[in-house]
Structure formats: C-alpha cells, structure tokens
Design a protein around this ligand. Structure first.
Ligand code: GDP
Length: 529
C-alpha cells in the first residue's frame, strides 16, 4: 500500500469521560467490532479501585494494566484505528491532558443519568482549546435517565459545545424501544440482548409511514415524530467541515453494555473522523505526508520490574515513515539514536514492527534519554510543543531519609519527573526541593517507587502553597520585576526547565501580587509564549 494510502486510512483518537460513564465498556465493544478481541471482559479497566488494597498497590496494579491499554489498535472496514487510553481518575488528569496532544479526535462518553460530570468538563475544555473534533456518545439508555433535550441543553451549556444529534432515543430505561438513526435514516430496535453483536436495522426513510407505528407502537411513534421535528428545528444540521474544525459536535445515543448504538457510532466515526492532522512545531507546521519522519514523546512508562530499569517512551508519528534501526535525531540532546525493537500496539499486545506511519504510536525502549515532549526527526531541528504542565494542586517538601542514598534519590526524582509523575520545584532561597502533584495519591507512588526502583528513601513535609504560577516579565530589567523578585524571594522557585515559578501561598497573596505588579503576567500553565 502506498505511503499516502497508509496515512489516509489511519484514525487516532481518545475516549474521554468521567469515571464510570462507560469508557472501558465502549472501548471493548469497538474492539469486538474490529475483531480484535473475541469476548467481552477482555479489556481490563485501569480504574483505581478503593478498597481492600492500599492505594499505591492499587496504582501498581493499574500501571500494569495501563501498559496493556495505552494504545489499542484494530482494523475496521480497511481503516486502521488507534485508541489512546486516557485515565479518567482525576489524580491522573495530567496524563490524559498529555495524551490529548497525540490524538486527532475524541469521543466523549456521557452517562444519561448523571449528565455532564466534573472530569468531562475539564477534559472537554482542553479539547475545545485545541479545536479537537469531538463526537458525543450518550450512554446507558437502557437505564432511566435525563430527558434527551435537557441533556443536550446541559451539554451545550456546561461543555460549551454546539450539538447536532445524529441519532435519537425512542423511550428510555424500562420503556427504551430503540434508536432512530438520523444519520442513516433507519431504526434499530432494542431487544436487551447483549449477546448479539451485529444489530438488525430497519430502514425508515419516511417517519410518517404507518410502519413506524407497527414497529414501536402508536404512542412512541408519535412522540418520536414530534421529537425529530423539534431536533430538526432546534439544532444545526450536521456538517463535516464544522465538525472537523471543532465547531460542531455530532451526538449519538446508545448503550455500550448492550452493544447498542455502537455500530452506528463506529460507522459514522470512520466516515467523518479526521485522518492524521498536521502539527505545529515551534519552527513550522509539519504535514503528515512529508517524506521525512518526525514525531514526539507524549508518554513514558517505567518498567515495573526493578531489575530492568528501562522505560517505554510512546512516540506519536507526525510525518514520514518511522523505520526500525534507522538513526533518528533526538533534538534536545542533539544526538542520533537507533531503535532495534520499536513496539507497535494492537488490541492487547505489542509487537516489534519495521515500519510505522503518521497517526501510529510506537513504543521505544529507553534507558533515560527521553522526557515528555521530546522531538525525534531525521535531522531537522524542530521542536513540537503543546505539552504544557498545569499548576499542581498539592505541594510538599521532599526530604532525603537515607543520607547514604542521596545520589539514588536525586536520580530517581529526576526520572520520575521526566515520566511526568509530578513536578519538581527548587526554591531560590535555599535550594530545597518541592514536589507538586495533581492528586495526593502521587506522593505514595513516588515514595514507593523511589524505594523499590531506586533504593532511596524519602519523607515529606507540608508546605502551604495555593498555586504555582509561571511568571513572565515584559521587561526583566524593570524596577517592578526587580522589586517582585526581592519582595517575594521566599516564594520563588525554578521548575525543571529553569523557568521562574511563584508559589503563591493564598488566593489573596496571588491577587495582591497581580495588582501590585501589573506588568508581570502570572500563568497557570507552563507554556505561554
Ligand atoms: P469507565 O469508568 O468509564 O471505563 O466505565 P466502565 O466501562 O467501567 O463502566 C462503568 C459501569 O457502568 C460498569 O459497571 C458497566 O458495566 C456499566 N455500564 C457501561 N455501559 C452501560 C450501559 O450501557 N448500560 C448500563 N446499564 N450499564 C453500563
């Protein structure tokens, strides 16, 4: 197959949702359609379960699973689909944000009863900022839930989306009769039989036909007629260009558990979802069909076996072909590297591959060369950007608890930060190290991994920080900036890249600084220029 055809047939996307909305179940059904797995229950959930085991053991378990589910690839209708895993747990939100830099589109799963939940709001906001095309799947229609119109309203208001329903439910919960597919103009009747994989659909080109009354009963038929009329009156008609620009979001209804409405979603997805998209580097826009390879690291996974300290760096291929054993330039280190065993990912396994194409993800064995955001090329010095750090929510001093192991401790901290487990800040005043995380769970993970993987021990000490902001001065020689550096010295630190960070101890102190130093900008995201 030609290089261009290989690109054209790739679709790389992520499924985002609040935990429990049905992401794992939907993923599994999609894989079933692709023939990538044979039975339901094959895809393990990477959720953090609270319960019998302690949190960090649970995270270790989750880490094991999430290697397997990092990228799930399958073929459907001649299309190569790569699903990138996006943890729903809020403590791992940064992982998900970073993964979103590697997807070309997303499917948003919403629970019909719970509606728009907190994590969905945050993740959709990131997708909106990047104009990532989104399809919405409203799940669990076999259960009693919110009224479809109320839910569409809620999606528009809370998520700031412009929805265009491409299917519509006939009844719900106990009375759920099926789905009218506005996109294909047919009806899919619900039998509640989850064993059935391929549904039979009934063509209904004309909703006024009496056949509809026979199929779903007169009452439901009339309601559907009214509702579809309303849908057509209220919502913009679907338009692929608007969807691709991120201005319009098609909506599907269904039940992942019952494999209902999933085929419709998948069929529409392969038809409309974007092929690998061009990506902006600091220097220029890079097109997927350029003949030279470029790619970037969006995720690093440490080996769980302490005897093998190697890591797997996940690289999204942006342009050209990635070939095994060919030397590539690691731009940040200005060093050529060769990879003898790049991994490609399939449903639940990985294999060594000779060639990968734009849209694909390769897993490269790494002994500590990579950090998140690194660019690989055939020689051109470009840098992909757009993997920002957000202000952490929690801050603690990290102390060395075993003076004989300080080398191990610093190496361990350094590598864990490269993996993006947490952020490190070094205080200007005394050089003390502060670890910032999105969730409190990460402290246990770090402590546990430092001990088991690096043989180092640490303790933590509380530190009162409200937010970390990256400070930008219009003029670094200005009196205002100098005054700020002097007055706030106690609260200033450097991040891992040496950027200046202000660790504000309260909303009040942040606000006062913003007022007192109007020429300075306080950013909550590390990438701002
Ligand atoms: P995730 O956290 O988003 O990955 O959610 P899961 O896929 O693990 O689903 C959470 C729970 O919802 C599980 O118990 C599923 O069996 C259940 N579930 C998923 N889809 C449906 C559905 O369509 N109907 C019903 N009734 N339950 C569902």
């Amino acid at each position: 197959m030609s290089f261009l055809k290989e690109i054209q047939r790739r679709r790389t996307f992520g499924i985002i949702s609040h935990p429990d909305a049905g992401k794992t179940t939907l993923t599994e059904k999609l894989l079933l359609f692709g023939g990538a797995i044979q039975e339901a229950g094959a895809v393990k959930s990477n959720k953090i379960k609270k319960g019998a085991t302690s949190d960090f053991m649970e995270i270790e378990r989750q880490r094991g699973i999430s290697v397997a589910t990092s990228v799930l690839a399958f073929e459907y209708d001649g299309i190569k689909i790569n699903i990138l895993d996006t943890p729903g747990h809020k403590d791992f939100a940064e992982d998900t944000f970073r993964t979103l830099t590697a997807v070309d589109s997303v499917i948003v799963v919403i629970d019909v009863a719970k509606g728009v939940e907190e994590q969905t709001e945050k993740l959709v906001e990131v997708c909106r900022m990047r104009n990532i095309p989104m399809i919405v799947f409203i799940n669990k229609l076999d259960r009693e839930g919110k009224d479809a119109f109320d839910l569409l309203d809620e999606i528009e208001q809370k998520l700031g989306l412009t929805v265009s329903p491409l299917s519509f439910p006939i009844g719900m919960g106990y009375d759920f009769k099926g789905i009218y597919n506005i996109w294909e103009k047919n009806i899919n009747l619900f039998s509640g039989d989850s064993r059935k994989n391929i549904e039979e659909t009934i063509e209904v080109s004309d909703l006024s036909s009496p056949e509809l009354d026979e199929l779903v009963g007169e009452k439901a038929a009339n309601t559907l007629r009214e509702e579809i009329e309303l849908v057509e009156g209220i919502y913009p008609q679907f338009n692929k260009d608007d969807y691709l620009k991120g201005n319009l979001q098609p909506v599907f209804f269904g039940s992942a558990l019952n494999n209902f409405g999933v085929r419709e979603l998948l069929d529409c997805f392969v038809e409309i979802a974007p092929k690998p998209r061009p990506k902006q580097s600091e220097e220029r826009l890079v097109e997927p069909n350029e003949d030279k390879f470029t790619g970037f690291v969006f995720k690093i996974h440490a080996n769980m076996d302490p005897n093998h300290r190697d890591r797997l760096a996940f690289v999204k291929i942006v342009s050209g072909k990635f070939e095994r054993n060919k030397p590539y330039l690691h731009v940040r280190h200005n060093k050529k590297l060769k990879f003898s065993s790049p991994n490609a990912f399939f449903a639940e396994k990985k294999e060594i591959v000779d060639v990968s194409y734009p849209g694909d993800i390769v897993g490269l064995h790494d002994t500590g060369n990579f950090k998140i955001g690194d660019t690989l090329t055939e020689g051109e010095e470009i840098n992909y950007r757009g993997i920002p750090s957000f202000s952490p929510e929690h801050f603690r001093y990290i102390n060395n608890a075993d003076p004989l192991k300080s080398k191990q401790l610093y190496k361990g901290i350094d590598q864990l930060m490269d993996e993006g487990v947490a952020q490190l800040f070094t205080l200007d005043l005394n050089g003390r190290k502060v670890i910032g995380t999105v969730g409190a769970l990460q402290y246990e993970v770090i402590q546990y991994r430092l001990e088991h993987e690096y043989g180092a021990k640490c303790t933590y000490e509380n530190l009162n920080v409200f937010k970390a902001c990256w400070v930008e001065a219009e003029d670094e020689k200005s009196e205002e900036y100098k005054d700020f550096l002097r007055v706030k010295q106690r609260f200033l630190a450097k991040d891992k890249h040496g950027q200046l960070v202000f660790l504000a101890d309260s909303p009040f102190s942040l606000q006062m600084s913003q007022q007192k130093y109007p020429s300075l900008k306080f950013h909550f995201v590390s990438e701002f220029n």
